[in-house]
Design a protein around this ligand. Structure first.
Ligand SMILES: [Zn+2]
Length: 398
């Protein structure tokens, strides 16, 4: 049945590609492309993430630390019951947040992980080491057959198999907050500000509920359920099958006064420092196999075997990949020069994830031909050109 709906499948795309600027440009300060959804460039050609990185240096961080202290004073439990939910993958950033909240701010975190599609060995070990270092933890795992079928649908329709994972990841902490009567949910960084996106919430300690679905959810879950049934990805889907991915009703979250905050609003966000911190305090280890495919770094987002294809599809859709993202923030942090960043992008960006290709195809239950069909659906003519049967980027950072 999936194959019978080819025409309709072709027409459904990641809506973010519809609003991309038709002329590709790169930030004059980092290496980020203007094709990153929602990023803005000023007239000097500097991207919003670089401007935010400059602005961060002027923030009074002692004052922000006091704000965090007051926030924790307000929510801290007196009887040891959970008082903060920390969405936590066992990665360097979330491990650092949970540890600091517990040790520096005397909070009682309940850590919540929404399971990635397929754990890596190192990701699973890091999560276990984190739990063993002294944290209560919930792992939320959707049924594997449903998760894979929805992953396939999200890949073929939106070019992003993890769209469904993102939904679960953003919802599970709030479901836990409701269940355990905890009002405070502490996320990591404001990704829109740090990496380039809307600057509307740069001064906000968290995302207001009114904006939550707009910023974090590209696709409506009920619409996804309808497509899963009609296009035959999950023909017998039941009304409550997707509840595990669903955010509690926003009205209910407001009534319970559940608040979402970013730790990155209160403390200077510096991923490499988080790596050192988590290594020291929660047993975090970098990838034993060295750098990850498509980039030069070895300590970020290690837990999901299918993750390389998230970045590969980003490269296909927008013309920049994981190395660009990594180099851009390291340039902003002053760890590498722009010239070094450009060289790293030329060397690693868009590298095909050959090591996990077979696993990815098996995971989604698709053939190589079906994979390539989706990939080529997302090669936009203003980003890509074909030369002697090879796809080449029209513009590269220089
Ligand atoms: Zn920039």
């Amino acid at each position: 049945m999936v194959e019978e709906n080819e025409d309709l499948k072709e027409k459904i795309v990641d809506r973010q590609i519809l609003n991309l600027p038709k002329e590709v440009k790169f930030c004059t300060r980092c290496v980020m492309s203007n094709q990153r959804p929602r990023i803005t460039f000023n007239k000097e050609g500097v991207c919003s993430a670089c401007r935010y990185a400059e602005y961060k240096k002027t923030i009074d961080w002692d004052k922000r630390k006091q704000e965090l202290k007051r926030l924790c004073d307000k929510y801290r439990s007196k009887d040891g019951s959970f008082d903060v939910i920390v969405p936590c993958s066992g990665g360097k950033d979330s491990s650092m947040i949970a540890h600091r909240l517990k040790v520096e701010y005397s909070m009682h975190p309940l850590c919540v992980t929404f399971s990635p599609p397929q754990y890596t060995d190192i990701g699973w070990k890091n999560l276990r080491r984190f739990i063993d270092s002294g944290f209560h933890h919930y792992l939320v795992s959707p049924a594997g057959d449903l998760y894979r079928a929805l992953g396939r649908m999200c890949f073929e329709l939106y070019g992003d198999h993890n769209e469904i994972f993102d939904r679960g990841q953003m919802s599970a902490p709030f479901r836990a907050a409701v269940e355990h009567n905890v009002s405070l949910v502490m996320y990591g960084e404001n990704g829109e500000a740090e990496y380039g996106g809307t600057s509307d919430y740069n001064e906000s300690p968290g995302l207001p509920w009114e904006a939550f679905e707009k910023v974090y959810y590209s696709e409506n879950l009920d619409e996804m359920a309808r497509l899963a049934k009609e296009l035959g990805y999950v023909p017998n889907i039941q009304p409550h099958d997707l509840d595990i991915f669903r955010l509690p009703p926003i009205e209910k979250l407001k009534d319970l006064d559940i608040q979402m905050h970013w730790f990155g609003y209160y403390t200077f966000w510096e991923p490499q420092e988080h790596y050192y911190y988590a290594s020291k305090h929660t047993g975090f280890q970098s990838n034993p196999e060295g750098r990850l495919e498509g980039t030069y770094s070895n300590y970020a987002q290690l837990d999901d075997l299918t993750d390389s294809f998230l970045y590969y599809m980003m490269f296909v859709k927008y013309g920049f990949g994981r190395a660009t993202s990594d180099a851009a923030h390291e340039i902003r942090e002053g760890r590498i020069t722009r010239e070094e960043g450009v060289a790293l992008v030329h060397r690693y960006d868009g590298e095909f994830p050959a090591k996990t290709y077979k696993i990815f195809l098996e995971h989604l239950g698709i053939t190589e031909e079906q994979f390539l069909k989706t990939v080529n659906k997302y090669r936009l003519p203003h980003i890509w050109k074909q030369e002697n049967c090879d796809w080449k980027l029209r513009e590269q950072v220089r």
